[in-house]
Design a protein around this ligand. Sequence first.
Ligand code: MOS
Length: 751
Amino acid sequence: MSDPIPGIAAPAHLRQGSSIGQPLTRRDGPLKVTGQARYAADNHPPGMLFAVLATSGIARGRVLGLDVAAAKAHPGVVEVMTPANRPPLAGDPDAKDSPFMFRLDALQNDAVRYPQQPIAVVIAETLEAATEGAALLAPRYAAEPPRVGLDGAAAFVPAAVGVGSPASFAQGEVEAGLAAAPRRMEAVYETPAQYHNAMEPHAIVAAWDGERLTLDTPSQGMAMAQARFAALFGIRPEDIHIRSPFLGGGFGSKGLANGPQVLGILAARLVGRPVKLVLRREQMYGPVGHRAPTRQTIRMGADAAGGFTAIASHTLTATSSFDDFIEAAADVAHTLYATPALHTSHEAVRLDTGTPMFMRAPGEAPGSIALESAVDEMAFACGMDPLAFRLRNYAEVEPASGKPFSSKALRECYAEGAARFGWAGRPLQPRQMRDEAGLLVGWGMGTATFPAMMMAGHARATLRADGSGLVETGAHDMGQGAWTALAQVAADGMGLPLDRLEFRSGTSDLPDAGIAGGSAHMATVSSAIHGAGGAVIDRLAALATGDERSPLFGAGNAGVVAREGRLHRRDDEARSESYAAILSRAGLAGLEAMGQGAADPAAQKAFAMHAHGAVFVEVKVDPDFGQIRATRVVGAFAAGRVINPRMVRSQYYGGMTWGVSFALHEHAVTDRRSGRIMNADLAEYHLPVNADVPSLEAILVAEQDPHVNPLGIKGVGEIAITGTAGAVANAVWHATGVRVRRFPIGLEALI
Ligand code: MOS
C-alpha cells in the first residue's frame, strides 16, 4: 500500500525520516484482537471488592430512605455507602473554577438532580452480590415534577457557551440584509439529546496504599483527573497513579473526572480494600455526560446571484439544573460562509438532567446539521446547485474574525469529493432519481469543518548509550491509533527506525500530555514529542560537530541530518557517525530532553485555524415504507500533515459513521412524566451497524500548513461528523422532496 504523503516539508532533521506518513497498522492491534489488552475493568488487584451504584429512579427531588439493612444482610455484601457514612472529602464536588471542571455527584447529600444519579454504592465480595444488594435498597423518594424538554423551563442567556466563548456575536446589518434579500429562507431545526455510548463503559479500579492511590480508569485527560482527585481527597497529585493504557472509546465522555470515579475511590477508602466499580449501560445515561438537545432557528438572505446578504442563527439548548455546559451550535456559522452580516446567539433552559458535556464535535455537529441543511434550502431557493452555491459563498477569510486561514484546501475537497462521487449532472429538483428496484435516490452534500486547536502537552525523549531511543508522554489512545501514530512521530523526531524506539504512554507518571479532546491530541503531543526528540538530537549534534575527533567536526548543527540512528553531514552524506559512538566518546550514558506542545499565540492571533472537508452522500428511500439507507458516503478532507494515512482514514470512517448516526439513528427519548430516558440501552438507542453504512470512502486531500504547529498537523478526530450529518439530510430531501428538520430523520416523517 503506497499512500501519497500530504503535508509540508518536515522540520530540518526530520526531513529524511521514514516513519511519518507510513500507513502502519495499530501497534496495539494484536493485543486487542487476542484479548491481551488490559482495559481498566480487567484489573483485579488482590483483595478487590465489587462496587455497584444504586442510581435514582426519579429526576428531581430527595431520597427519603434506603433499606440499607436489607442490602447489608444479603450474603456477600460488605458495606453500603450512602451520604450518611460516606468518608469526608477535602474538596467540594460541587466546586467549579474552570469550564473544564464539572460539578460531580458523590453522595454529598440526599438531593436528586437527574435520573440515574448515584444515590448509594453497594460493595460486595462478588458483582452478583453487589448487584442484588443495590436492588434491595428499594429507595423511597420525595419526587418533584421533572423539568423536561426545551419548552420545560424558562430560557436564559448563558454567560458563555462551549468552553468560554461569548453567547452571541453580531457583525453587519443582519435585519437589513435579510429585508433587502430577493431570496430568503427561515427554518427551525431540532436535534435530540444523544449519549456517547462508548463501547467500554465508565469504570474504575481504585486501590489505596496509605495516602497513595492507584487508579485503573479510562481517561481522555489523566493529568486533569489527577488534579481533580487530589483536590477532592486532599492528597498530592503525584501520589495518584492513573493507568489508562487502553480505552474502548471515549467520544468526550471520558474527558473530565466524573462522579462515579470519585465514588469508586471513596468506596475503596471506606472498606480499606481495592474496589472496582463499572457502570451498567443504563447508568451511563446520567452522571457521565451527554449531548444536549438543540432547537436552531436559521434565517438566511441571498442576492439574485446567490451571494449571502445575511445569516442569522439562534440556538436554544439545555443544561442541567446545577451546572453549565452550553452546546455552542450556532458558532459554526462563524467559520464557513462569506456573508456581509452575521448574527449568532444562544439561549438555554435548565432541565432535570445530568450535565451535558463534550460529545463528538460539540457545537459543530448539531450546528452543522442545521446550517448545512439551511444552506441546501437556500441554494434551492436560489435555483442553484448546492456545490455551486457553496463555492459562490466560499469564505476566503474567516467571516467572524476577518483573519486569513492558516491553510484551507476546501476548494480541493469540494473538487476531489465531487469528482469521486460523480456529483456532476445531479438534477436540481428533488425526487427525480430511482434505482432499478424503484427506490427513490437522492444526493446531498455538506461542508465539514472543525477547529485545529492546540492544547498543552509535554514529552520526554531519552537517547540511550546503545543509540536506541525512549519517548515518554502521558497520552491517551481511545482506539484512534495514537500509540502507533505518536510512535511514528517519536521515531522520526529522534532520527531512529521504529524498532529502535521505545514509546511509553498511557499512565499519569509520564509527562503530562494534556487532554485528548477537541481533536487536538495528535497535534499537541506530536509537537511535544518532536520538540523533545529534536532537543536531544541538537545536543548530540553539538557534541559531534564540536569535537575534532568526529567526522562531523565543523559541520555545525545545521550542517547535519539525523537518520537511522546516525548523524550525517549534509554536504557529504557518506561522512557519518552513530549516536552510540558520539555518546560513548563523550563519556555519556545518555541524553535526555523535554518537549512541549502548545498554541503559538502569535500564530493564533494572525490566523484562523480549521480543518475542512466536503462530504457527498447518496441515500435510497423506499417510496412506500419510508425506509432510508445511506448507500454511499464519500468524504474529502484536508487536515494538514497526515502522520499515518491508515489511522486518519479510519478516523474519517468513524466520523462519517457518526454523521449517518446523527442524521438517521441516535435519539435519547425522555419520558415527560418521570423525566427518565426511556431507551437507555443499546437495543433501543439506535447506533448504526455495518448494514447501515454500506459504503464509506475517505479522500485525504493534500494540505500544507506552516502555522498551526511545527509539524503542520490538524486534528482529524471529529471533523467528519460535521459534513456528513447535513449531507445525509440533504440527500433525503433530494430523494423524496420532503424536508425533514427534526433529527434523527425517521421513516414516519417521509410517509
Ligand atoms: Mo472530544 S468531544 O473533544 O473528546
